[in-house]
Design a protein around this ligand. Sequence first.
Ligand SMILES: Nc1nc2c(ncn2[C@@H]2O[C@H](COP(=O)(O)OP(=O)(O)OP(=O)(O)O)[C@@H](O)[C@H]2O)c(=O)[nH]1
Ligand SMILES: [Mg+2]
Length: 460
Amino acid sequence: MEETTIAALATAPAPAGVAVVRVSGPRARLALKSIFDGKRDPLRHPRTLVYGDILDFKTSAPIDKGLAVFMPAPWSFTGEDVVEFQFHGSPVLVQRVLRSLYAYGAVPAVAGEFTKRAFLNGKMDLAQAEAIADVVSAKTEEELRFAGEQLKGRLSQAVALVGEPLRDSLAELEATIDFPDEDIRPDALEDIGARVSVARAKIEQLLSTYAFGSLVRDGVRVLLCGRPNSGKSSLLNLLLGKKRAIVSEISGTTRDLIEDEASLAGHKFVFCDSAGLRETTDEIEKIGVELAKERIPWADLVLFLVDATDSAGEWKEAMRLLADHDKRVWMVINKIDLNPNALSQFYCDSTQCQQNFYISAKTGAGIGPLIEALVDDVANRLPERGEAGEVVTNERHRECLIRASSALERCIGGVQSGGIPISILASDIKEALNALDEIVGKTYTEDILGRIFSKFCIGK
Ligand SMILES: Nc1nc2c(ncn2[C@@H]2O[C@H](COP(=O)(O)OP(=O)(O)OP(=O)(O)O)[C@@H](O)[C@H]2O)c(=O)[nH]1
Ligand SMILES: [Mg+2]
């Protein structure tokens, strides 16, 4: 089947200084020849920007002045002939340039099609292709760093290293299957068992980085809860740096869960404000209090707010709700501007919460140390990364690693108990290798590719 030539806008679909339209496929060269009239012939000057007129294919009328560049196969992003046009970033011009290309015979690219072609043409493995989407969508420095590492192939290398001794072991086992008269020597089998155990330990170690990986990708989930009027919404707004939740002196203002992301020192956090915890007869507030309680399991960390003017100690009852949840809790005593003695009056011991903070959401006092502590808390989880610093951030990779690990577990059990046919041990190792190969796309199905690339944006 003749490969199509695809075209799409590679930059964001909005008015901008410059728009980039990318074309890839066997007819990219001719497309360039047909709709570009340059000072020089870009086909004769590959990888060099050439200035000229971008033309309407049907009428040959100029659409815009711009730059064109030709990147011949196989030294291009997709591994095919690629052409890119840069011109004024007007959505109307973009439409005209694309229509000209479609009139010529290019077809609109679907989501992720450029990267999919790059993968199929061996320019990168599947984990690296996925990393491109992560790089593009990274919202924090840290997310970007891990996506960048994966793009460079760090995870792929780790997976290859785990696979190597497994392939050797499989070859040895298969050799004995081919010569059924020769029984495998017990010490050789023991040796294989040991190697498989080492490989499995490495996989488990990679899996253990996922908790950290998902923190990086999804953010640390911080729930703000406490009695009504303790200043949860005020603190939320401060942490987010914007007015996201209504603040008022009326108790029971917040009812819905209000969730938003913020980047603190390059780390992603998701903060969630909730209704003040109290017994109430107000039907709507009641629902809010229920929502707040139901949200507790979601949190990686709970900031429990206490009003420094709460001389009756009403907060203690609200805090009891947290006791059943085995959550990390930090107590945040707010409104210290109204009570200079807060420090000696409010304190929680380590059985109930890990740390105490004294702040004023009104004056901003104490907010700095609270933010520093939040940031340190994530930074301290860095040891959860792998030996070489690799981190599993992707659910699909995790699922493959789990499959590999349990296949190897069966194999190890078989070696230990003895009496299991060699062919069964071999098929366990094969299954583990298949799962590892799926991570980097050595084996794949159209379904897997479809699921991965449909999440990309068009033009990527
Ligand atoms: N003086 C002083 N007032 C504060 C401080 N923090 C919040 N407030 C005030 O306390 C009141 C309640 O603040 P909110 O942030 O709405 O409290 P909340 O915990 O979200 O309240 P609910 O949504 O009703 O549960 C508002 O009038 C705030 O302006 C503070 O540090 N000092
Ligand atoms: Mg509120």
